[in-house]
Design a protein around this ligand. Structure first.
Ligand code: ATP
Ligand code: MG
Length: 425
């Protein structure tokens, strides 16, 4: 019997320590850890962590123990339900480190990132949420081109060895929920039948079993493609309503996996699900810092004083995509001279930048477009009361709803002052 497989006495078993109980029952039947791991098809180190009470057993693992050890049905699952496992233990469960070759990865739909700058603080926060705190649902939100996808991709590269399965799907073409679920299930289960006709809620349930049994990292990039344009933010298009159930079930069911999404808009369920100490969190991503902005434009053959560089990066709020687009214009039309470009205000929103802004502006509801108009012409931040005076056609409730919605789309910034909230673009 190995060191990890030490004997326990039945007296030491309590409902709080289900792992101890599992080990006891296994030893009673004379099955060693290696054989048990083979039978339940889990790694020996994972079973050892469960039996040491440092990892949470899934319901299916408990059922497997009951079946293999010929225990009465439900003796483990009902005596020690999921909720009796202490919260702190669930969140601080140490991960079983895996060799990279043990991880099944499909990142074919992710961009290939060769140069990645900065974002140290954001990466460290995201790692804490996903790896240490075991968050089940995490979103990276921000304006188009701000760097959500490359940040997610860098994060996955840095933490993939903590998982058994890593799968990235882009939602750019708004696939149906069933298509996405079947892709997930075929990836997670080699024996998943290809032809069947299950409903979305059955497929979600099936997926949850896998998320309980294995530590999986699933990524849905471009989540905003599922949301309605011309409506207040966060609402799904009619055909994509089912995704709301997916997010809700993933956030609220106990399991050991994580769904990471990137989106220009915050999906409607998030405000209800998220919280600093809850397993759903979201990160609002702003542009890159000055140093990273300059690093990004290295090789673009631009020149200017330090002050001029700062002005350029500030002007585009450190948005990497916008900065790259504008760098092309400065090089082609101004011989790389940033100062000359800055003198010509009319070029500031040309080409791809205008397209990017148009795309986001056209998704707004008419109330939001009104508010954006007034915020854009005000140089200082404004309060909701001041806005009410300007937008005579909107009442205070409509103004607050539109402000919140635009804030979720990363189009409006909010700041808290002694006199209450103030908003600016
Ligand atoms: N930290 C970074 N280091 C290097 N390049 C970056 C960084 N952040 C963004 N970029 C570059 O900026 C561009 C836009 O980034 P990305 O595609 O991640 O934006 P996004 O927020 O996902 O945009 P969208 O909303 O359109 O999906 C890409 O070319 C990317 O390589
Ligand atoms: Mg993206």
């Amino acid at each position: 019997m190995g060191r990890k497989d030490k004997a326990v006495s039945p007296e030491s078993i309590s409902p709080e320590t289900i792992g101890t109980w599992m080990r006891h029952e296994r030893q009673q039947k004379g099955i060693n850890l290696t054989d048990m791991a083979g039978q339940v098809r889990y790694s020996k180190s994972y079973l050892s962590a469960v039996e040491n009470n440092t990892s949470r057993p899934s319901k299916r693992l408990l059922e497997e123990y009951e079946r293999i050890l010929e225990l009465s049905e439900g003796i483990l699952t009902t005596h020690v339900g999921e909720e009796s496992i202490p919260q702190s233990r669930r969140r601080t469960t140490p991960l079983v480190p895996k060799a990279l070759h043990d991880v099944k990865i499909d990142m074919n739909e992710a961009p290939h990132v060769t140069l990645f700058y900065g974002r140290k603080e954001q990466l460290s926060t995201l790692k804490r949420w996903v790896v240490t705190d075991h968050c089940r649902l995490v979103s990276i939100l921000g304006f188009g081109g701000v760097g959500k996808t490359v940040l997610a991709s860098e994060l996955v590269n840095q933490i993939k060895q903590e998982f058994e399965f890593v799968y990235w799907i882009s939602l750019k073409d708004a696939p149906t929920l069933e298509t996405v679920l079947e892709k997930f299930l075929s990836f997670l289960d080699d024996h998943y039948p290809t032809a069947h006709s299950q409903k979305a809620d059955e497929l979600i349930q099936h997926l949850l079993f896998h998320l309980q049994d294995h530590r999986c990292l699933l990524i849905l990039d471009n989540f905003e493609s599922l949301l309605q344009s011309k409506a207040l933010t966060g609402r799904y298009s009619d055909e994509n309503q089912g995704y709301a159930l997916l997010l809700q079930r993933i956030a609220e069911t106990s399991h050991q996996s994580c769904l990471l999404i990137t989106s220009r808009e915050k999906p409607g369920e998030f405000p209800r699900l998220e919280g600093k100490t809850r397993p759903t969190r979201s990160m609002d991503l702003a542009g890159v810092a000055q140093k990273e902005g300059r690093a990004l434009l290295q090789g673009e053959e631009l020149f200017g004083s330090d002050q001029i560089w700062t002005k350029l990066i500030d002007l585009y709020a450190g948005n990497p995509l916008t900065l790259k687009l504008v760098a092309g214009i400065i090089r082609e039309m101004f011989g790389g001279d940033i100062a000359r470009f800055l003198e010509k205000g009319e070029f500031v929103f040309s080409g791809g930048i205008k397209e990017l802004l148009d795309q986001q502006f056209h998704r707004l509801s008419s109330q939001e477009q009104d508010i954006m108009f007034w915020l854009a012409i005000e140089r200082e931040s404004v309060s909701p009361i001041e806005l009410e005076e300007e937008c005579v056609n909107l009442n205070s409730k409509e103004i607050m709803t539109a402000l919140n919605s635009s804030h979720y789309r990363s189009l409006v910034e909010a700041t808290r002052t002694v006199d209450g909230m103030r908003y600016y673009t």
